[in-house]
Write a protein that binds this ligand. Structure first.
Ligand code: FES
Ligand code: FES
Length: 174
């Protein structure tokens, strides 16, 4: 820790990998990962909805697991590997989950979409989704105020086997 010359606040030095790039930062201990991403690192794909862990708009991946960035202090990510929606594509090639959301028109306003996609990629890695009902249940932390759920579920169901994870026994079935 070292105090900021301008404010006297004790800053914490942290380092993590963000979308494949190594980042080292000095930050106050109370800054959330969500605010760090949006306000300091200009990664505004991750959205702030409720800021209370209830909507999932802020979902990102930490070490491959989905987390709510609004409930995560940035200092808790020291040494982590972070992926936001901006880091899912490979060059010009969209992630299979992104392609499925486009194919199934799985959005209206799009505000919840980055969180939905990151959450679905995390779900694929968990290997717990055996059927459409599992997807609904395990994606229930990601709210869509436009009510695009039918198309979101269809997109997730299609992309789950292609999203770098494991399906539960039997794979996703409708
Ligand atoms: Fe994080 Fe709503 S903004 S859960
Ligand atoms: Fe508008 Fe989900 S598409 S909130």
């Amino acid at each position: 820790m070292s105090p900021s010359p301008s404010t006297g606040v004790e800053l914490h030095s942290i380092a993590f990998t963000l979308n494949g790039d190594r980042r080292t930062l000095n930050i106050p201990p109370w800054v959330t990962l969500l605010d760090l991403l949006r306000d300091e690192l200009d990664l505004t794909g991750t959205k702030k909805g409720c800021d209370h862990g209830q909507c999932g708009a802020c979902t990102v991946l930490r070490d491959g697991k989905r987390i709510n960035a609004c409930l995560t202090l940035a200092v808790m990510c020291d040494g982590a590997e972070l992926t936001t929606v901006e880091g899912l594509a490979t060059g010009d090639e969209l992630h299979p989950m992104q392609r499925a959301f486009i194919k199934h028109d799985a959005f209206q306003c799009g505000y919840c979409t980055p969180g939905q996609i990151c959450s679905a990629v995390g779900l694929a890695r968990e290997g717990r989704a055996n059927n459409r009902d599992d997807i609904k249940e395990l994606m229930s932390g990601n709210l869509c105020r436009c009510g695009a759920y039918t198309n979101i579920i269809a997109a997730v169901e299609e992309a789950l086997p292609h999203s770098g994870g494991e399906l539960g026994q039997g794979g996703a079935q409708s």
